[in-house]
Design a protein around this ligand. Structure first.
Ligand code: SAH
Ligand code: SF4
Ligand code: F3S
Length: 446
């Protein structure tokens, strides 16, 4: 391979979930090994990579808009390379280039380690290159790639790829392949290295961390992983994203509760308040089971911040079913709920269901859910007023250098005036004095 790009710059734009953000760090690692340096702005880049997401229609539309912007850049400087990575790359493969010849190469999520090869092939043949096979054998190669991490304190650690759940609305299993886990020693090794480099907080990533290790069929599971990471000195917090009620066991909750590092935040998507909808979505649990799990989490880890995802306007959703979601919010009092309007995805069973909901109804229901949940989120935050929390400092706010912010173990963001010498990554105590729906404000205390 004979590629050398010293003096040239790269720009990566990331869409979608944390898994994509983590992939971007490894794509950056590959590019830097070729000699590319990061560009601050797309306009200064010699290579642009859009790391894309297909989860909803509006995620795809943003990418098409950006491709238009790069097209203009290439009109001025035809040497600029444009690569499409991520889930749209996997979904559309050759079709993307046929439709938009401005794209130089397409690289699926299982080909990040082939990036240098793709660029050298593009150099050699001067035409489009597409690599997008779902080859889960390559998860191990991926693990070994260097990541150019944005932060020196917080790090993503993917523990698995893919998803086998086939929720009827979701594109992920088609674009990320089947669940394939990294081994415990492999994950442990990465976390240990991160600790040695000074990282304090890691986030274990998977579409469904609760099915971690099940693909080995030897008893490996998420609880065992959590228990094994507990002795790594230097790591203060272990986060994880996302949990799935179907595979979560009471033993996993025990493992988290026993751990000295696992945070008191759980993102546990419920998706809907109606059992009939959950069945149609193929979620594999009932509301009753979800409530039982949540009660156990709250019993074992009483201050856990619980957040969730909801989909509104799924095919066949009646007014009654929608009201069941509103009632569930009142009953379970999530700290926040990310609510999405159902977006039909090509090739998924729900897109073919007949009783699709019209846009006006979807938007009204979204608003009703947000109205209920915003009051609950505010009430949850108000309960924090007057209490003191350990916060890992993330830095100044965008608005002013005088105000800094950090997050609690429960992942709540607190803004506070910077009073004395603190640095990014310090663990400090902050007493909350003001609560809003999305953020909290407070003062540093000794
Ligand atoms: N693996 C995670 C979710 C990943 S996608 C889980 O199962 O919990 C993040 C969220 O996007 C989902 O929880 C769901 O609420 C939403 N989502 C996925 N597909 C969607 C679609 N077609 N339309 C609207 N929202 C969708
Ligand atoms: Fe999609 Fe369901 Fe898998 Fe989550 S569990 S990624 S929603 S198929
Ligand atoms: Fe989007 Fe792919 Fe993540 S579809 S949400 S980037 S796994």
């Amino acid at each position: 391979m004979n590629v050398e790009r010293r003096g040239q710059k790269y720009f990566i734009e990331t869409y979608g979930c944390q898994m994509n953000e983590s992939d971007t760090e490894r794509i950056g690692g590959q590019l830097e090994e070729l000699g590319y340096a990061p560009a601050d702005d797309l306009q200064d880049a010699d290579i642009v990579i859009l790391n894309t997401c297909s989860i909803r229609q509006n995620a795809e539309e943003k990418v098409y808009g950006k491709i238009g912007e790069v097209k203009k850049l290439k009109e001025r400087n035809p040497k600029v390379l444009l690569g499409i990575a991520g889930c749209m790359a996997q979904e559309n493969k050759n079709k993307l280039i046929q439709r938009m010849p401005v794209i130089d190469f397409v690289i699926g999520p299982y080909h990040i380690h082939d990036l240098k090869d793709i660029i050298s092939r593009h150099d050699a043949v001067g035409s489009h290159v597409v690599m997008a096979e779902l080859n889960s054998q390559r998860v191990q190669d991926y693990s070994e790639l260097r990541a150019v991490r944005k932060s020196k304190i917080f790090a993503w650690v993917p523990i698995m790829q893919g998803c086998n759940k086939y929720c009827t609305y979701c594109i992920v299993p088609y674009v990320r392949g089947k669940e394939t886990s990294r081994t415990i020693p492999d994950v442990y090794g990465e976390v240990k290295r991160l600790a040695e480099e000074g990282y304090k907080e890691i986030t274990l990533l998977g579409q469904n961390v609760n099915s971690y290790g099940l693909d080995f069929r030897d008893g490996t599971n998420f609880g065992e992983l959590i228990r094994s990471l507990d002795d790594i000195e230097g790591i203060e917090r272990i986060r994880y994203m996302s949990s799935h009620p179907r595979d979560m066991t009471f033993d996993m909750v025990d493992a988290m509760a026993e751990s000295s590092k696992v945070v008191r935040h759980m993102h546990l998507p419920v998706q809907h308040g109606s059992n009939a909808m959950l069945r149609r979505m193929n979620r594999g649990y009932t509301i009753e089971h979800f409530k039982e799990l949540l009660a156990y989490v709250r019993e074992k880890m009483p201050d856990t911040v619980i957040t969730t995802d909801l989909i509104t306007g799924f095919p066949g959703e009646t007014e009654e079913m929608h009201k069941e979601t509103l009632q569930l919010l009142e009953d379970l009092r999530f700290d926040s709920a990310y609510t999405f309007i159902y977006s039909p995805r090509r090739g998924t069973p729900a897109a073919r269901m007949e009783d699709q909901i019209d846009d006006a109804t979807k938007h009204r229901r979204l608003q009703e859910i947000m109205d209920v949940e915003n009051d609950i989120s505010l009430a949850c935050n108000q309960q924090m007023v007057g209490k003191t929390y350990m916060v890992i400092v993330e830095g100044p706010t965008k608005q002013t250098e005088d105000n800094w912010f950090g997050r609690t173990s429960g992942n709540k963001m607190i803004i506070f005036p910077k009073e004395k010498n603190i640095a990014i990554g310090d663990t400090i105590c902050v007493k909350v004095d003001t609560a809003q729906t999305w953020i909290l404000k407070g003062q540093m205390v000794e």
